[in-house]
Design a protein around this ligand. Structure first.
Ligand code: BDR
Ligand code: CA
Length: 315
């Protein structure tokens, strides 16, 4: 069974991913061994609180370790406009009862990698600072990780700039360390995540439930849909992080191509861009990353909605 360690910056789409994962965990499809959080969509105190709160709401007992407050070199850019001041669509949930783990995110990654060498799957849905710090501390960590599924980057598009995606752009130095580490990485970038979204029409089954859990889901989904509408003129909830979570369980949801990928650190217009070499020869370096280029969007959307409905109906 997959032994999973998610690294998150919860965040609305992170929250949907966590609920999906908790349902899979309860059904014995995977085992979530712990969870680390990092500053990203909101400050780290809040991403930790949100992460613990979501696990609490889903009834799974997963220790959450607090990680980096800010990127390796530069200040953090949070996204309250997209995720709300509380990171969860201004739902302002009561604080969780459980406290964060007393180990740091780096320690949690390290300890689990020693406890389960070659067996640990990392899922990152956030800036890669925590993993980069762990790799800087001990580069041999890479050899103990089975694989990492990373939501971030893009081949043909960006979101925070024309060419850069938020998780990578928030800490490009960290992303470069991780991408160059030798870990077997699947990059779930905007090329595939922009193909998986819900519009209001897709939410009918949730609307029909009419309980507290369904209302919470609708509130956060509608909040982020409103933000996307203001930004792009298209009202929809893009399911970035849930897709990466689902790929951990069902890798055949996406088609990948192994490419040389590196992260631009210094371009005046391109900092944070994932530079993907698809020329079929590799003058830039070895093919190091499996880049997702196609996704079975319908299968994924049904799978995710079924999972969320399952959780909501149990409330
Ligand atoms: C990524 O950035 C964050 O805002 C989301 O949670 C997701 O992980 C999408 O670019
Ligand atoms: Ca995220």
């Amino acid at each position: 069974m997959i032994k999973l360690l998610p690294d998150v910056d919860t965040g609305i789409d992170d929250a949907l991913a966590l609920i999906f994962l908790s349902e899979a965990h309860k059904q014995g499809q995977l085992e979530i061994l712990g969870c680390t959080a990092v500053g990203g969509n909101v400050e780290v105190e809040q991403t930790v609180r949100n992460t613990i709160k979501i696990w609490e709401m889903t009834g799974v007992d997963i220790p959450v370790a607090s990680g980096a407050e800010r990127p390796l070199l530069y200040p953090l850019n949070t996204s309250p406009f997209v995720h709300g001041d509380d990171g969860l669509g201004n739902t302002f949930l009561p604080p969780p009862k459980i406290s964060p783990s007393d180990v740091t995110a780096t320690d949690m990654i390290m300890r689990l990698s020693h406890q389960f060498p070659g067996k640990l799957t990392l899922l990152t849905t956030a800036p890669l600072t925590n993993l980069a710090v762990a790799l800087l501390q001990d580069p041999s960590l890479a050899g103990r990780i089975c694989e990492a599924v990373c939501m971030g980057g893009g081949v043909f598009t960006g979101n925070v700039s024309a060419v850069a995606e938020a998780n990578i752009a928030n800490d490009p130095e960290a992303a470069r360390i991780v991408f160059r580490s030798g870990i077997d990485i699947t990059m779930i970038g905007l090329d595939v995540t922009h193909q998986v979204f819900w519009e209001e029409n897709d939410l009918k089954a949730l609307v029909g439930i009419g309980n507290e859990r369904a209302d919470f889901l609708l509130q956060i989904i509608r909040y982020i849909s409103g933000a996307y509408e203001k930004l792009s003129g298209w009202r929809r909830c893009v399911l970035h992080d849930p897709l990466a979570a689902a790929v951990c369980l069902y890798p055949d949801l996406v088609k990948t191509e192994k490419c040389h990928v590196d992260v631009e650190l210094s371009g005046e217009l391109t900092r944070g861009m994932t530079v993907v070499d698809r020329r079929g020869r590799t003058p830039l370096g070895e093919e190091n990353i499996k880049v997702a280029l196609e996704v079975d969007a319908e299968r994924f959307k049904i799978m995710l909605m079924d999972s969320l409905l399952g959780w909501a109906q149990g409330g």
